[in-house]
Write a protein that binds this ligand. Structure first.
Ligand SMILES: Nc1ncnc2c1ncn2[C@@H]1O[C@H](COP(=O)(O)OP(=O)(O)OP(=O)(O)O)[C@@H](O)[C@H]1O
Ligand SMILES: [Mg+2]
Length: 227
């Protein structure tokens, strides 16, 4: 492994052990899953881990949710320190731009905010909403977005919503360095949650679905039972 191959810890308990210590730095990752599988929680754990290490984080929402709305949910978790918000973790809303502007304006907005804040960790949650607005321009947008992100010294997590039973958004997967899938399976009346690292470039990662749990204290946690 060349010495300049840096990694940053994911912030998700049990995941670093599966991926040689963390996400390659810089790189772009997709965290995909159906509703309620823990994508936003995963993204928050990732940003809080950076904040604890003195790194700057930048969270873009595509949903037009006010900061207070996000904080009301994220603040329920023990790992979350609300004082990070507005400081180590900056929050930006893309929702209005999405409704009113085109792909070029959105890409410029993302690039300008990154230049202003200079984060080491970036989240766009959820990226799949953009597809509903841009339709046939979506693929080109994804290509241009991931190229733009690769010019910065940062790890970016894009979260992707999939319908239950659908494995992952293929149009995003090919453009990113890593794909982490979150899933839920109903067994004997209880829903069990899983995490699978589908790909991570440059990384000898654990294969297959690993059981996870979401706890009030730590958020998404990979259970150790299978590795
Ligand atoms: N305090 C908590 N303690 C334990 N589990 C929680 C807690 N808060 C949320 N959860 C679990 O986490 C799930 C929500 O996670 P999250 O919002 O990160 O999912 P998501 O994949 O981003 O969902 P969406 O597709 O709706 O955006 C809830 O459905 C619940 O199962
Ligand atoms: Mg979410």
């Amino acid at each position: 492994m060349p010495e300049d191959f840096r990694r940053i810890p994911t912030g998700v308990k049990g995941l670093d052990e599966m991926v040689n210590g963390g996400f390659p730095f810089p790189s772009v990752a997709l965290v995909a899953g159906s509703a309620g599988t823990g994508k936003t929680t995963f993204a928050m754990e990732f940003l809080v881990e950076g904040a604890k290490r003195g790194e700057q984080g930048l969270f873009f929402t595509t949903l037009s949710e006010p900061t207070q709305w996000m904080l009301r949910y994220a603040g329920q978790f023990g790992f979350m320190d609300k004082d990070y918000f507005g400081e180590e973790i900056k929050y930006e809303d893309m929702g209005l731009l999405l409704q009113r502007e085109g792909t070029e304006e959105l890409l410029d907005f993302v690039d300008d905010k990154i230049a202003e804040i200079m984060p080491q960790r970036i989240v766009i949650d959820p990226i799949t909403v953009v597809g509903a607005f841009f339709e046939e321009k979506y693929r080109l947008f994804l290509f241009e977005l991931t190229n733009l992100l690769k010019n910065w010294q940062a790890v970016t997590l894009l979260t992707g919503e999939v319908n239950p039973g659908e494995p992952y958004p293929a149009e995003i997967s090919y453009a990113v360095d890593s794909v982490v899938l979150l899933s839920m399976i109903e067994e004997e009346g209880t829903r069990r949650k899983f995490l699978e690292v589908l790909k991570m470039r440059g990384t000898d990662h654990t294969a297959g679905k690993q059981p996870v749990t979401i706890t009030s204290e730590d958020g998404v946690v990979v259970l150790k039972s299978r590795f």
